[in-house]
Design a protein around this ligand. Sequence first.
Ligand code: UT7
Length: 332
Amino acid sequence: MFKDKNDVRRVGIIGVGEYLPKKVLTNADLEKIVETSDEWITTRTGIKERRIAAKEEAVSDLAVKAAQAALADAGVLAADLELIIIATITPDMQFPSTACFIQKSLGAKKAACFDISAACAGFVHAIVIAQQFISTGLYKNALVVGVEVLSSITDWQDRNTCVLFGDGAGAAVLAPVKSGGILSSYLGSDGTQAELLMLPAGGSRYPTTHETVDKRMHYLKMQGNEVFKLAVNVMADAAQIVLKKAGLECSDIDLVIPHQANIRILLALAKKLNLPEDKVYFNIEKYGNMSSASTATALCQAIREGRIKKGDIVLLDAFGAGLVWAACVIEW
Ligand code: UT7
């Protein structure tokens, strides 16, 4: 088996896939729903349009399509999968885990299945978790999906939030690799900032009642500019930590795949890391903020567009509600 200097298996991403719902919601469409403008949304966020799942599409439906594409890309049969981790804040249901619905649709009978809740940093968390299971030898492969139907928890009367989010799914298959792979990783959190971004009702704190629905507490709430201020710093810090752990410098990075919350956050991150903009991947213009699916689809699209080549150093860097953040350096 392929081991690194610490005598654990090297783990890499051996296949990726994505699925974006067909329906496109443009800024012009949003102008008809709330008091906003294409000009405000574009200059403040960098978003031009986003995808919205069809009424009959739940998160697992999007995830299965992305997963099938990733399995085909990796050349791994669903029947041979040993682990499925789904990163989502919009599961099909509170329980059972969305991972179990996906297992059923894929026919991945052998796989252990669970979901994780790490919001927009969920896909990177899930990659790091899957890496642990594979590097210790417990499982020989894993499917990780970052997937959201954020339109289902968006308050379409709140212009502060409804212009930001979109729906989508991105998947990756991980397995031992001969060289490169995940060189270092880091997970961080600060629960003192939990109030900044949340879905208040529907859990055990505020079980769903007529009152919680009347107060619109079943929709996502965010203190946007407070989150903004923290985002740039935690992403930059996480990047520095994983680079140091890998024995690399910012100048060694070939491409950053960041969480796509706001173009201004990404440009500030590039500046802080002293990286030219062309070393940062953006898909926010077309898809908005898809939480865990943003990093996942961005990785898939960057590979498809030839932006990542064998031997490249890729930095995944994400933050989200919690607050939580996560980064990893991968040699492709
Ligand atoms: O995914 C992980 C977590 N999420 C994030 O990282 C999001 C981070 N935050 C952001 O991206 C930005 O803070 C926002 C895009 C959410 C907001 O941008 P901002 O520059 O921080 O604006 P603001 O919240 O300070 O609001 C500025 C003004 C306000 O008007 P007043 O009070 O100055 O008159 C808002 O009412 O913009 C107004 N506004 C809008 N105007 C037109 C807020 N939303 C809209 C809108 N259209 N959609």
